[in-house]
Design a protein around this ligand. Sequence first.
Ligand code: NAP
Length: 302
Amino acid sequence: MLMDGTYKHILPKIGLGTYNMTSKEAEVMTYESIKHGYRHIDTAAVYKNEDGVAKALQRIFAETNIKRKDVYITTKLWPGGLIKLDRVRNYKDTLKSFEKSLMRLNLEYVDLYLIHSPHGKTKRIDQWKSLIELKESGKVKFIGVSNWGPNHINELKENNLPLPDANQIEIHPWSQKPDLVNYLKENKINIIAYSSLVPLTTWRHKDGENSKKTTRMYEIGSSTNSPFKLLANKYNCSEAQFLLQWAIQQNFAVLPKTIDLLRMRENFDFNFFIKEDDMHYVSTLDMGDSVTWEYGDPLKVS
Ligand code: NAP
């Protein structure tokens, strides 16, 4: 399944997210998901599991007919600047960070390299120029950003720099960001939605999995009358499948993360269409800002 060709690049609609996975979990889930049919794996330097993804890919290439060109691998630059001691990466540091990711991934190129957030502030432009160089060198096929809003992307315009191929952002029915979505569509920047499953009661509910998900959200999500339980019943699908299809129907790529083999299949194996009036109904459920980052919404970084 691919995005339609109206954008600068195409990418698989459903990928495996790997945030919060250990290297071993990333290895097992990357291996199993690719064998099941997934063709996009999303990792990041800061997830500290690129080596696990690498081991799985090597096994896949050795044991199956699946080749490097058949899979789409995304990783991300940690830009620095989130907390005081987190040194912001300059032009050279960015190139070095990329080389380290490439080495850990044991690959000759990555498909998509993203700046993980706008926290690099005054160094954002330098970081972006490094990504442009990486794309020109062929070590990266596509370059993009994550958690960047129009204010951040407009800085690239002001500097006459090429715009990102993609922006990876938190989107689900409770954080729909219509202005940002319109801006990205107008600028032909592919949207990759993360944390699609926030409304589920099972979303990051384990100890240490912190976020800004509100008590009200937990209450609505666990109620027997939760809108997503009712809609899932109506479409004879799971709540997770409804949430993923809601995103896909708007031409967003999705990255469901799970360490459960049954859920991994569930998050991939569905084929239904949400009717226009239900899409419209869900559009009324928006609650505003992102909730995933426990440090606060990265889109708000100046
Ligand atoms: P998600 O995919 O929206 O949801 C994952 C959570 O839902 C986990 O707690 C998982 O638990 C549970 N889950 C998964 N499938 C399920 C199902 N079918 N039924 C019930 N529960 C299910 O969350 P996410 O990890 O926040 O986001 C997805 C990916 O996006 C990340 O892994 C990462 O690759 C990317 N991401 C990027 C950023 C960024 O700043 N760029 C931020 C956040 C995420 P189990 O694992 O126990 O199944």
